[in-house]
Design a binder for this molecule. Structure first.
Ligand code: ADP
Ligand code: MG
Length: 242
C-alpha cells in the first residue's frame, strides 16, 4: 500500500499552552490501512498530538490533511463524519442508557444519513463485531473494565472510521485482556481501518504495530519499523530517563 496517497498527513504541527511548547513542529504521514503505534514518556505530547489530529485542539502552526483534504480548523464532529475518529483514554458511557443505546447515540450524529437497515440494526452489528452482542440490552454499569474499553471503541466505530485513533485503550488491563483488545484492533484493521495506537504497554505495541513513532518533549525523535526504532539509543535514553 506504500504507493497509495497518505490517508493522513500532518506537517509542522505546533501547539503551545501559554509559554509551554507541547508540540514542536511534528510531521507525520500514514498510509491507508496502516497500523502505527505512537509512544513516548508521560507528558511528551501524545494526547495533544491526537487532539490536533481529531480537532479537539487547534494547533498554532502546521497543517493536517485527511484523505487529501485540509482539515485544520474543522471541528471534531465534521472530521468524524469524514472518517477520522478517536476514542478516549477514559471511557465515559452514558450510564443510564443501555449498551446498545450507547452505540445509537454516536450513530445519530456521526452519520450524515441513516445506515441501511436502520440504526438499531447497525448498532447491533457494531456490538457483535466487538464481542458485546450478548450484552446489548444490559446496562454499561454491569460491564467489566475490558468490556467498557470495547464499548468505547464501539462508540468510535459508529462513525464508520477509515482512521481510528485509540488513546491508551488498554491501561489497567490484565495481559489476557490486553491481548483481547489487540485482537479486536487487528480485526478492525483487517476490515480496512487504519489505526493509530497510543500505548505504554510495549507487548501490545510490538504485537500490533507495523511502525512506531516516538514523541519526546513535543518532538518526534523516531519513526520506523518497530525493531529498528526500539534499538535506537535516543529512544532507550528517553525511556530510561522517565
Ligand atoms: P501525553 O499524552 O504524552 O502523556 P499530553 O499531550 O497529555 O502528554 O501533554 C503534553 C504536555 O502538555 C504536558 O506537559 C501537559 O502537562 C501539557 N498539557 C496538555 N494539555 C494541556 C492543557 N490543556 N493546558 C496546559 N498544559 C497542557
Ligand atoms: Mg495521554
Amino acid at each position: 500500500q506504500s504507493g497509495d496517497p497518505p490517508i493522513l498527513e500532518a506537517k509542522g504541527v505546533t501547539k503551545r499552552f501559554g509559554g509551554f511548547v507541547a508540540l514542536d513542529g511534528v510531521d507525520f504521514a500514514m498510509a491507508p490501512g496502516e497500523r502505527v503505534a505512537l509512544i513516548g514518556p508521560n507528558g511528551s505530547g501524545k494526547s495533544t498530538f491526537v487532539n490536533c489530529l481529531s480537532g479537539a485542539l487547534t494547533p498554532e502552526a502546521g497543517s493536517v490533511r485527511f484523505e487529501g483534504r485540509l482539515v485544520t480548523g474543522m471541528p471534531p464532529w465534521q472530521r468524524a463524519r469524514a472518517g477520522l475518529v478517536r476514542s478516549f483514554q477514559i471511557p465515559r458511557p452514558f450510564r443510564r442508557l443501555s449498551v446498545i443505546e450507547n452505540i445509537e447515540v454516536p450513530l445519530n450524529f456521526a452519520l450524515a444519513e441513516p445506515p441501511p437497515g436502520g440504526k438499531a440494526q447497525r448498532a447491533l452489528e457494531i456490538l457483535e463485531s466487538i464481542g458485546l452482542g450478548a450484552k446489548a440490552y444490559g446496562s454499561p454499569k454491569d460491564l467489566s473494565q475490558v468490556e467498557l474499553r470495547k464499548l468505547e471503541l464501539g462508540r468510535a466505530l459508529a462513525a464508520n472510521p477509515r482512521l481510528l485513533i485509540a488513546d491508551e485503550a488498554m491501561a489497567g488491563l490484565s495481559d489476557s485482556e490486553v491481548d483481547e483488545i489487540v485482537d479486536l484492533l487487528e480485526r478492525l484493521n483487517a476490515q480496512g481501518i487504519a489505526i493509530i495506537l497510543i500505548e505504554h504497554i510495549m507487548r501490545a505495541v510490538m504485537r500490533f504495530s507495523q511502525r512506531i513513532i516516538v514523541l519526546v518533549a513535543g518532538r518526534k525523535i523516531a519513526d520506523g519499523l518497530p525493531g529498528e526504532v526500539m534499538r535506537q539509543d535516543e529512544v532507550e535514553r528517553a525511556y530510561l530517563g522517565q
